[in-house]
Design a protein. Sequence first.
Length: 367
Amino acid sequence: MKQFIAFVRKEFFHIFRDRRTMLILLGMPVVQIILFGFAITTEVKNVRVAVLDPSNDIVTRRIIDRLDASEYFSVTTNLNTPDEVEKSFRRGDIDLAVVFSEQFANHVYTGDACVQLVADATDPNTATTQTGYAANIISSAGREMLPAGVQVSTIVPEVKLLYNPQMKSAYNFVPGVMGLILMLICAMMTSISIVREKETGTMEILLVSPVKPLFIILAKAVPYFVLSFVNLTTILLLSVYVLDVPVAGSLFWLIVVSLLFIFVSLALGLLISSVTRTQVAAMLASGLILMMPTMLLSGMIFPIESMPLLLQGISAVLPARWYIQAVRKLMIEGVDISLVLTEVSILAVMAVALITISFKKFKNRLE
C-alpha cells in the first residue's frame, strides 16, 4: 500500500509541474460554465416588436406597455395596415409582430377577442421562444387587468412552465457542462497520461517495479478522480452562486451519481489507452468518440427525442446521456433517487463492462 501511495503522489507531482495541464484541468470548467451560462444562451432579449392595433383601447395599450416594460421585448414600431407587417420583416426592422383584432376591448367580454403573434421562423427555435415569451406576458397582463368572470383563455392560452419558469438557459446547460467536463478530464486526460508512458518507453520501467501493473494503472487514475471531484465542486458552486441555478434535489445523491459517472469515464479512458499507441491517436480518439458525440448526441444542446432513430440509438451508448438526464432530474426537478434508478443502473452496468474490458485488454497488451 505504501508503494501504491508513493505512485499516486508521483502522479500528483507530475500533474502539478505541468502548468498547461493544470490550466486545462482547473481553468476549463470555470471558462465553460461561464460561457454556457452567460454567453452561449438560448434566451431571447431585446426583441424588436411591431404592434398592429386598430382599436387602440385601454386593454391593448396596457398589454403593449407590459410587453415594452419586460427585459425581453422592445416595442419599436406601430403599424397601420396588415401589409406593413410582412414589409417590416423583409426589411429586417422587427423580430416579432403583435396583431390585435378590431374593437378588442369590446370583444373581450364576448369571448371573440384574439391576438396574433407573428414571428420570423427562418430560425424555428428562436421564433418558438419569442412567441412563447410574448404569450406568457400577454396572458399574465390579461389576467391582472380583466374583471372577474372574463376568461383569460379568450385572449391567449395560458402557459405554465415547470421547474424553470424564468426559462433560463443555464438550467439546461449546467447538467450538460458537468457531463462534458467530467467526461473529458477523466477519459481524455487519463488515456493521454498512460499512453505518454508507452510512447516514451517508461511504462516498461514502471512494470518491473515491485508494484503490480493493476496498481500502476490505478495510481495514474486516482489523481484525475480527485481533480474531477474538485471540478464538480467548482461547477456546483458557480451554478448556485453565480448562475442562480438551484440544487432542488438531494445534494448527496447528486454527488454519488457524479462519482459513478467519474468512474465510468475513467474506465473509458483506460479503454482508449489500451487501443492507442501515441498521444495524438489518444487525443483524436477522445475528441471524435467523446467530445463531439457528448456535445451533439447526449441531449446537452439538442433534444434526443427530435433526433432520427439511428442517432437516438447511438446516444443510448453514451454514458454522458444518462448522467445528464440523472443530473437534470436530481438537480433541476428535485426528484427522489428512486426516479433515477434507470439512469443509475445503466451507468453501473457501463462501469462494470468498461472496467472489465479495459483491464483485460490492457493486461494482454503489456504481457
